[in-house]
Design a protein. Sequence first.
Length: 264
Amino acid sequence: MIKAKKSLGQNFLIDQNIIKKIVKTVFVKNNNIFEIGAGTGNLSKEILYNQPKSLTLVEKDKGLFNKLNENFNSNSSIKLIHDDILDLEINKHLKSNAIIFGNLPYNISTQILVKLINIKWPPNFKKLVLMFQKEVAERLLAKCKSNKYGRLRIISNWRLKITDHFDISKNCFYPKPKIDSTVLVFEPIIHKSFKISDIKNLEKITHLFFSKRRKMINKVFANLFDDSVVHAKKLNIDLSMRPNQLSENEYYKIVEYYEKINNL
């Protein structure tokens, strides 16, 4: 058994039934597949069994990469990349209408998701099948006014729609983590109701609001806009609300308006 590295957040999925279930969430046959953190290749083997058009495997760990190379280098449909996904220019390696799989390291899972959201849009991928620790997945699934609702939900929902999800017990991994995991399936979307020219403005504004999530939004709003009461009335925003009481669409409306009056 390969020894996992804590520093890389490695927990290897070993339950074959769960591996099959993950791969079956999408139609792999004759599609271009991109796998983040291929690790021991357990998921990669099941993907290959389902006959993809091509398979690109990204792995940061040198030892694991060498093992993947040893196991798969004879297959001309497989491309192996030894790199950190956070440093990789993903668009350069994504083939048309790719499906991206990833058993994401818990310590950088949200960073990876934000990187995927920030690439050129519309993207080359048509599906994301990503595994998160359950707590992060709950934040991605959270509804407005709930305790877990926040920036991650709002930012991800601007460009991604969750179409499927299921939980995975910690007993399905080696070494066994302390928490359960959740697989989420996403599809890219384009919002037509609102026009935001730079997603970084959405990141900035949600950060300002949720850094004071227990406070009324009036002070944050005043930091964004001169004559904040006038602007709030134009946007039909109640300044006595807390950040988690504003819907995703209200945040998109605020960012759109912010860009418009600042000529961004």
